[in-house]
Design a protein around this ligand. Structure first.
Ligand code: ATP
Ligand code: MG
Length: 400
């Protein structure tokens, strides 16, 4: 995992403690460091740019069907999630994100179909006598065929169930970014913490992504998804606190002290788990449950039918297992820093979106005994774009 280098951390500390230090550091002479390359002043500038970026607003949009991929002209962030891939760029007063669905749909090869797909600007990959229709286009096809899209990732990692998961994931990334203007441009991509509840490891997933992004002409670095939440949201708290990203395939948790990850891990349960468990319990398709969950679930009021009752039950189940695991991991760890002040918890990812989620989390937190004091719980400003923003902040701080 990548995080601030030692020297950068010290600079960041100075910036956090007294703003006056900044001007002193900025006048430092441009001397090459022992790692051969960047000067202290340059490093400082990058950290400052990164901190400024963490305070910017995110302007987000979905990738339009047929729209060409972008050629980045600066460092980029890439949130590679089970449900979505989000690319972020720092431009002027905002951070701009573009989101693509991390899904595909296959149709049999025919010259005729190919012509129609091309004419309709549908993005696809041609392989093994099939067309792999990518991203949001795949969703349209699945709806027409009254079936589900397929996924390149499962529970936060490359899917072992799909033979073509690597090629298709690469093709979906290609719908968002092309080769950069400058070879070696930094891309910081999100990486799950090691799952505590499965046999999986992130090593394979990380290596495959690094190899691909390198072949595209980037210098890839990874950021833990929980830390990305902290980088995006906790600039006013000296990047100290608990960042929790609750997505489709998993939940990522990171405790950070002054931007340095102290503990990070994941559980391989998220929004997909809620959809499938409610579906299994009620004999309903998970896709129907997902649609209801996303459009009308309100955890702040009593459930009004059996689907809402089951959704409530599995929301409580997910948050309890996350917090029980957090308590166990923290109590087992000998790395918990003695932080003088209580720290904030910030929650991101699509699963935190229903009304009443923050209260549910707060109630569940009251039932566990964490070895750190919590000052507040808050929902990230833009939960579906938080990881991409945090990855962008890290990319800027590492840029040369
Ligand atoms: N309004 C909503 N209410 C409830 N859940 C929602 C809402 N919008 C999206 N979700 C859920 O959020 C999840 C997707 O979130 P997100 O895009 O953060 O995941 P991801 O980053 O792709 O996945 P992961 O980080 O787990 O690999 C899905 O389970 C989706 O159903
Ligand atoms: Mg995510």
């Amino acid at each position: 995992m990548s995080h601030f280098k030692k020297k950068k951390k010290q600079l960041a500390f100075n910036r956090f403690s007294t703003p006056a230090t900044t001007s002193v550091m900025q006048t430092s002479p441009d001397i090459e460091d022992e790692e051969g390359g960047t000067s202290m002043a340059q490093d400082m500038e990058h950290i400052e740019t990164a901190i400024e970026a963490s305070q910017k607003m995110v302007v987000s949009r979905e990738k339009e069907i047929g729209e060409e991929a972008e050629k980045p002209t600066g460092p980029i962030g890439l949130d590679i999630g089970t449900s979505h891939i989000v690319m972020s760029q720092n431009k002027g007063r905002n951070i701009y994100t573009v989101k693509q669905l991390n899904a595909f749909f296959t149709v049999p090869y025919s010259k005729f179909t190919k012509k129609i797909l091309v004419e309709n600007d549908v993005t696809f990959l041609e392989k093994h006598n099939q067309f792999y229709i990518l991203g949001y286009s795949a969703e349209n096809f699945a709806n027409m065929f009254n079936t589900n899209t397929r996924r390149t990732m499962e529970k936060g990692l490359l899917s072992a169930k799909e033979d073509e998961s690597i090629n298709v994931l690469q093709a979906i990334i290609d719908t968002l970014i092309t080769r950069p203007d400058k070879t070696g441009e930094i891309v910081c991509f999100s990486l799950p913490g090691e799952p505590v509840d499965g046999l999986n490891s992130v090593v394979y997933h990380e290596s495959i992504l690094k190899m691909y992004l390198t072949s595209l002409g980037y210098r890839p670095i990874s950021i833990n998804e929980g830390l990305a939440t902290i980088m995006a949201e906790l600039s006013n708290d000296n990047f100290t606190g608990l960042g929790i990203s609750m997505g489709g395939g998993m939940c990522n948790i990171c405790l950070s002290y002054l931007s340095v990850p102290v503990i990070s891990f994941s559980i391989q349960k998220g929004g997909d788990y809620i959809d499938s468990m409610v579906g299994v319990s009620l004999g309903e398709p998970a896709t129907k449950i997902k649609t209801i969950k996303e459009s009308s679930l309100n955890l702040a009021r009593p459930p009004k039918d059996r689907i809402e009752t089951a959704l409530d039950i599995y929301y409580v189940d997910l948050v309890s297992s996350l917090l029980d695991t957090l308590e166990k991991v923290m109590k087992k760890s000998d790395k918990i820093p003695k932080i003088a002040k209580p720290v904030p918890i910030v929650l991101s990812g699509g699963t935190v979106l229903p009304k009443g989620f923050q209260d549910l989390f707060e109630r569940s937190l009251g039932k566990v005994d964490l070895p750190i004091a919590v000052s507040e719980i808050r929902i990230a400003e833009d939960p579906l774009n938080t990881t991409a923003k945090g990855a962008m902040v890290m990319a800027l701080s590492e840029a040369i």
